[in-house]
Ligand binder design. Structure first.
Ligand SMILES: [Zn+2]
Length: 496
């Protein structure tokens, strides 16, 4: 851990450029730092913004790492184009021994040519290749993969339904070294977006896997590892609690909250709501979604968590689910967050502040789901993703991606929250927009108290190559990050 002096950094929108001294993993001076004789590295920030690093408070990291490792095929307009993408991918990322190349997302219904094993063989040689269709109902394999997965006598290479799903299950099961390698790649990619920490909601508990990865050298992110109910007693018997560090992990790994899911999702119409969903046929419907845990059971679980020192992170999407979670927090006295909080009754908005609850939201989902919400929550969308209302009511807001549902990139969430549109369409409920400063603060640890850098802070920071406060929507989504630092160590660095 070497000392670094960042000269001429922009820390605030207005005011003079300042120097930032990093020593011993902490901010050791802000302002005009003159005494730099002992500094081992001096960097001219040249007026770039230097801000606290970003957090993603809701990630399923292994799933995200696995999705990232797959070749995207949605843009392939023909079988030969898909095969060429495979060849380019193998050339750019030579796969580790014994690892199949997996592509995802092809749509062959309107292709002018037919997918076949020879076509794929010609572009992939001895590397096993499995390409999965967008609807998950077929898989296109080359000869090496057909042999490996027990379909060596299939002449076409195109497997459907049961046979395809069997292969998909097999390629989804990878060894520890492979998943750790993919997690390493995904950690680097996150650092390159200014990310310094994540809350990992991976099921059932990612703590031991992260301890192994950190010991083996993946030290690019702080990890808060949430525990699911089936491992709560195990966690308690190991004397863990929320915020408790894990030995030998360089201060990077802590136990997270208890994660509980109590309803479904909007897309599947399983989010638990006060009002029925409009039925697909247009006729009346009584469907209000599903409730997976009742109030008594949830309260009991939360009391147990609270007694053992665990916060609770409770997944609730529908307004009725959110209301029930608030009741359970009030009853149990537990601390923590509601994850998603997508649809809220107006009178529940101020309860976040009253109960000291964190609203852990994923702004990019508002844009992913705006059409679905307009349909299934027709007449209710004024209270969907109500970020402005939450902030105005004093709620502490934190952002996440729910990767792999959305990419692990906080700038997407920030831009979605600020602009409520990512294309040429009008902004969706612009009255719920928040400011860039508010969106950045929601991407930093709750309770941090703004974007300024202070003496004694942990040196988790990022250097930007753009101005987020004046950026247009597109630039904000793709904000160039020149460098990222965690605990005084560079985890990403280009051009500074
Ligand atoms: Zn999730």
């Amino acid at each position: 851990m070497s000392d670094v002096l960042l000269r001429r950094a922009r820390l605030l929108r207005r005011g003079p450029l300042q120097d930032v001294l990093v020593a011993g993993g902490r901010i050791a001076g802000v302002g005009n730092v003159d005494d730099h004789a002992a500094v081992s590295e001096m960097i001219d920030a040249d007026g770039r913004y230097v801000l606290p690093g970003l957090w993603d408070r809701h990630v399923h990291f292994e799933q995200w790492a696995q999705v990232r490792a797959r070749l995207p095929l949605a843009d392939a307009g023909s079988a030969s184009a898909a095969a060429r993408l495979v060849a380019a991918h193998i050339a750019a990322h030579p796969p580790a021994t014994d690892v199949a190349v997996v592509g995802y997302g092809f749509r062959d219904a309107l292709w002018p040519d037919a997918p076949g094993r020879e076509l794929l063989d010609a572009q992939s040689g001895a590397v096993p290749v499995v390409l999965i269709s967008a609807d998950l109902h077929s898989a296109w394999l080359n000869t090496a993969a057909l042999r490996r997965y027990g379909h060596g006598d299939d002449p076409t290479g195109l497997l459907r339904e049961g046979a395809a799903m069997g292969v998909m299950a097999e390629v989804g099961t990878v060894s520890e070294p492979v998943i750790d390698m993919w997690c390493g790649d995904a950690s680097s990619a996150a650092a390159a977006r200014g990310v310094v920490g994540i809350v990992d909601m991976e099921k059932p508990w990612s703590l031991d896997a992260w301890q192994r990865r950190i010991v083996n050298g993946n030290r690019r992110l702080r990890i808060v590892s949430a525990v699911w109910p089936e491992h709560l007693e195990d966690a308690i018997s190991r004397h863990l609690h929320t915020g408790g560090g894990v030995d030998g992990t360089y201060g990077l790994l802590t136990a997270g909250p208890l994660k509980v899911i109590i309803d479904g999702s909007l897309n599947t119409r399983t989010a638990f709501c006060h009002d029925p969903y409009p039925s697909v046929t247009g006729a009346g419907s009584e469907e209000r979604g599903v409730l997976l845990v009742d109030l008594d059971e949830l309260s009991r679980l939360m009391v147990r968590a609270k007694e053992a020192g665990f916060d609770c992170a409770v997944h609730a999407i529908g307004d009725a689910a959110n209301a029930m979670v608030m009741q359970a927090f009030a009853r149990s006295g537990a601390r923590g967050s509601i994850e998603h909080a997508q649809l809220l009754v107006d009178s529940d908005v101020p309860r976040f502040a009253e109960l000291g609850l964190i609203a852990s939201v994923q702004p990019e989902h508002a844009l992913d789901d705006r059409d679905v919400a307009d349909h299934y929550w027709a007449g209710r969308t004024a209270r969907a993703f109500p970020l402005r209302s939450l902030i105005d009511a004093g709620a502490v807001l934190v952002f996440g991606s729910d990767a792999p549902v959305a990419p692990l990139d906080p700038w997407l969430a920030i831009a979605a929250a600020v602009h409520r549109s990512r294309d040429e369409r009008p902004r969706w409920h612009p009255e719920q927009e928040i400011t860039v400063a508010e969106a950045l603060a929601a991407s930093m640890p709750p309770g941090r108290g703004g974007l300024s850098m202070r003496d004694g802070d942990i040196a988790d920071l990022m250097v930007l190559d753009g101005d987020p406060f004046t950026a247009d929507p597109r630039t904000l989504r793709t904000m160039p990050v020149a460098a990222t630092m965690v605990s005084g160590n560079w985890t990403h660095r280009i051009g500074v």
